[in-house]
Design a protein around this ligand. Structure first.
Ligand SMILES: [Mg+2]
Length: 182
């Protein structure tokens, strides 16, 4: 199968690093569970969207983002099982170089640039499966939809919208195995 895999908060922990960055710079104490919507500036009253979103554009930021435990292992397993893996990420263009060098190829060295697709319109990409924490990337797509749980999608009814909710890479590997048998 061709398996499309989101990057931010699907294989690495962008949100946690982002929160640390904003909290440190502006003396705030927001916690992960506060981020109930896609808008990262929402739990920061008094800060502008620009102030909050500028954090991820700062040089060195992507070095502070850590992988999700089990993601590298899971991706390797899927590749060894013969699946084609593509990382599909919507990211500010300013971030691309550091994000690839300091994060993707650092923690996932078995992936190559030929396996990376940068786009804000994931529904245009053809694949059998998309694994993503953003429901807006899954809705309307012509692929099996696997929703990675995140605080901003907790109240979303994945099942009713034709998605499979997962909480870990171990679960993702299991779901893919199930699809292989179909
Ligand atoms: Mg994401």
């Amino acid at each position: 199968m061709t398996i499309l895999v989101d990057m931010d908060d699907t294989i690495e922990q962008l949100l946690r690093a982002w929160i640390r960055g904003v909290n440190e710079k502006y003396g705030r104490n927001a916690v992960y569970e506060d981020f109930k919507t896609w808008d990262v500036s929402a739990p920061y009253p008094g800060l502008t969207k620009e102030q909050v979103y500028d954090i991820i554009l700062q040089p060195g930021f992507w070095r502070t983002v850590e992988p999700i435990p089990g993601a590298a292992e899971g991706l390797r397993l899927l590749m060894e099982a013969g699946h084609r893996i593509y990382i599909v990420t919507a990211t500010p263009f300013q971030s691309v170089s550091e994000k690839m060098t300091d994060l993707l190829f650092k923690y996932f060295p078995f992936l190559t640039w030929e396996q990376v697709i940068i786009t804000a319109n994931k529904q245009l990409i053809r694949g059998d499966v998309l694994i993503d924490d953003g429901v807006h990337n899954l809705e309307g797509g012509d692929y099996v939809k696997i929703l990675m749980t995140a605080p901003h999608n907790l109240s979303y009814n994945a099942e009713a919208n034709g998605m499979i909710r997962v909480h870990s890479w171990a679960e993702i590997v299991e779901v893919i195995k199930g699809l292989e048998e179909d």
